[in-house]
Design a protein around this ligand. Structure first.
Ligand code: CO
Length: 425
């Protein structure tokens, strides 16, 4: 267990943003014999072999062909992005101290970004001596920044109401006390060499590393547990599995879930459907057979779930609130914000019963609207029955979320079982 959790910590360390996570997933897949494919080139595929494709650096789809002609697929879906603060295209504020303009990506718990050691991470599109256009990953750990909050002496209402954060004015990190209108470019030049900076996607991420909490290391606290827990478990399942007889195994890691999934890289994009169609073409599945293939497929969508919070017990349904440490969560919602149905959930419940794996149920309190994730979208866009699962977390969308170590191991074990399960036709 400890070795796997150490690997998870390494995965978190290597993945401050979705671009870094996609690169790390590609690295691990390559190490396990999966071959990279490009969406812009034609493919040659062999039976029983694994491949992966990356779209625009931050959405990944990995798959393994079965030994015989594919008749169905097992699909695991998650996302690699997390809520954060993002630098604006023209980022330097140009004031008396060096600060950057930011905007909000997704719905972070804003106050948790204040008074933290932060770093810029993401990618820079640059012109170099060798190439007219190059995309470089950056993680400027050696140049910490901070967004200071306001002392209560300067606003007595803070004690009662909390700091009221203005998104335009109050979320500018301080990079230096020196006046430098070209601060961002200088910071980047200290880490990467380029002739011209053309564009960038840079997020403010915490420098504090993941840590175990509790005397038995029973909890893990970190940034981006939503949804790197699921991404890691999917990757673990795929890289520790064998090819099936006639079922394709697919793991898809989308970007842009936190901003609604409707993008080139999100679950509502053509990425997955195109992948399925291209594989079908190579497998000689066409016409009526293709519809049968998609309808026989089963998707497991994995994303973080809201765990029962003992300080806010009134926010939960008394019986349908999952607790940290009590197993993987089956997420349901009558409004179909989660794709789970009795038919899509039943095989999963059966696997858990057979393997004696604990499974809990989540349904939100009836006067609190439910969250959602990629499951409902994949299900609708591709016409694939889907079940939504995940592990319970506290303070979802905080810069430091908390989960149970045991639940993560539970998710790894479950997905390892699922990836060998061929749904019946
Ligand atoms: Co999520």
């Amino acid at each position: 267990m400890n070795e796997t959790l150490n690997k998870f910590f390494h995965f978190l360390d290597a993945s401050p943003t979705s671009w870094h996570a996609a690169k790390e997933i590609g690295r691990q897949l390559t190490e396990c014999g999966f071959a990279p494919l490009s969406e812009t080139e034609s493919w040659q595929l062999e039976k029983g072999t694994g491949y992966f494709v990356v779209r625009d650096g931050s959405a990944v789809a990995a798959f393994r062909l079965p030994k015989k002609k594919a008749k169905r697929a097992l699909l695991l879906a998650s996302h690699l992005d997390s809520p954060a603060l993002k630098l604006k295209p023209i980022a330097d504020v140009g004031g008396e101290v060096s600060q950057f303009f930011t905007e909000i990506y997704g719905s972070p718990l804003l106050h948790t970004w204040l008074d933290r050691d932060l770093a810029l991470a993401g990618r820079a599109l640059v012109k170099t001596k060798e190439k007219p256009l190059e995309s470089l990953l950056v993680y400027l750990k050696e140049h910490p920044l901070i967004i200071p909050s306001l002392a209560p002496h300067l606003d007595r209402s803070i004690g009662e109401k909390g700091l009221q954060i203005n998104k335009q004015d109050h979320l500018r990190p301080i990079a230096s006390l020196a006046k430098n209108p070209l601060m961002l470019e200088e910071m980047l030049r200290r880490h990467i060499s380029f002739e011209e900076l053309l564009a960038h996607d840079l997020f403010l991420v915490p420098l504090e590393k993941a840590a175990f909490l509790g005397p038995e290391k029973e909890m893990i606290a970190s940034y981006r547990l939503d949804n790197l827990t699921s991404a890691f478990a999917m990757l673990f399942a795929l890289t520790n599995s064998k090819p099936l007889d006639d079922a394709l195994q697919i793991c898809v890691f989308f970007d842009h879930e936190e901003v609604g999934s409707e993008s080139f890289l999100g679950a509502a994009s053509s990425f997955l459907n195109q992948l399925l169609d291209r594989i079908a073409l190579h497998e000689g599945i066409s016409g009526d057979e293709l519809f049968c293939f998609k309808n026989r497929t089963w998707c497991i969508s994995a994303d973080a779930a809201h765990g029962y919070h003992p300080n806010f017990s009134d926010r939960f349904d008394p019986k349908n609130a999952p607790c940290l440490g009590k197993g993987v969560v089956l997420k349901t919602n009558a409004q179909q914000r989660y794709a789970t149905s009795a038919t899509s959930a039943a095989p999963l419940i059966q696997i858990c019963k057979d393997r004696k794996l604990p499974l809990q149920t989540f349904a939100s309190k009836s006067d609190i609207p439910s969250g959602s994730t990629v499951g409902a979208i994949v299900s609708a866009v591709c016409g694939i029955p889907t079940v939504d699962i995940g592990i319970a977390s506290l303070a979802m969308h905080s810069i430091r979320e908390t989960i149970s170590s045991e639940d993560l191991i539970g998710l790894l074990t479950l997905l390892k079982e699922v990836i060998h399960y061929a749904p019946k036709s």
